[in-house]
Design a binder for this molecule. Structure first.
Ligand code: GDP
Ligand code: MG
Length: 163
């Protein structure tokens, strides 16, 4: 029960870093349901008094692009089945990749709110480079650094406003 937010994105964009940061900072309880769901992590986050479930759709098997494609389809299915809103994470350090574009195509089909979070925006130079992500066409876009925490508050404010 409750409001659920899923974090999706290709491997290594920083989904787990963001997930862990949020749960640690807010001292939330990590609801470990391992065994049932080895391919994802569940947590409970609290942001300014709003509580929500957070899913890190993290699992993947390193390998070919085919494996990645299968994985991202699975992530999006989890997000659309289980979540009320989606954080779609991309990586400013790498720029837009083919997999980002594949995920964009899948996420465009949902009516659930999608927040595009461009991660690894650790400095001003990265912020300038990251403007290319406007081309993906999402209405809600946030530039964040899960490492420093920069921008994550604005993203979470927008998520919490839905609750
Ligand atoms: P995931 O596969 O999407 O869950 O990505 P991870 O959270 O495992 O992070 C992948 C790598 O990116 C790790 O080496 C992180 O330390 C690094 N990383 C995550 N967030 C940031 C960030 O905001 N800035 C930088 N520079 N590196 C980051
Ligand atoms: Mg991960």
């Amino acid at each position: 029960a409750g409001f659920t937010v899923a974090i999706v994105g290709r491997p290594n964009v920083g989904k787990s870093t963001f997930f862990n940061r949020l749960l640690q900072q807010r001292k939330a309880i990590v609801d470990d349901v391992s065994g049932v769901t080895r391919d994802r992590q569940y947590g409970i986050a609290d942001w300014n008094g709003k509580t929500f479930n957070l899913i890190d759709t993290g699992g993947f098997v390193a390998g070919s692009d085919d494996v990645f494609e299968t994985e991202i389809r699975k992530q999006v299915k989890i997000a659309l089945d289980e979540a009320n809103a989606v954080i779609f994470m991309c990586d400013a350090a790498s720029g837009i990749t083919d997999l980002d574009e594949s995920m964009t195509d899948l996420l465009r089909r949902t009516t659930k709110p999608v927040f595009l979070a461009i991660n690894k925006v650790d400095n001003h130079e990265r912020l300038l480079e990251a403007s290319e992500f406007y081309a993906l066409g999402f209405e809600h876009i946030f530039f964040i650094s899960s490492m420093t925490g920069s921008g994550t508050g604005e993203l979470l404010d927008a998520v919490a406003a839905l609750i």
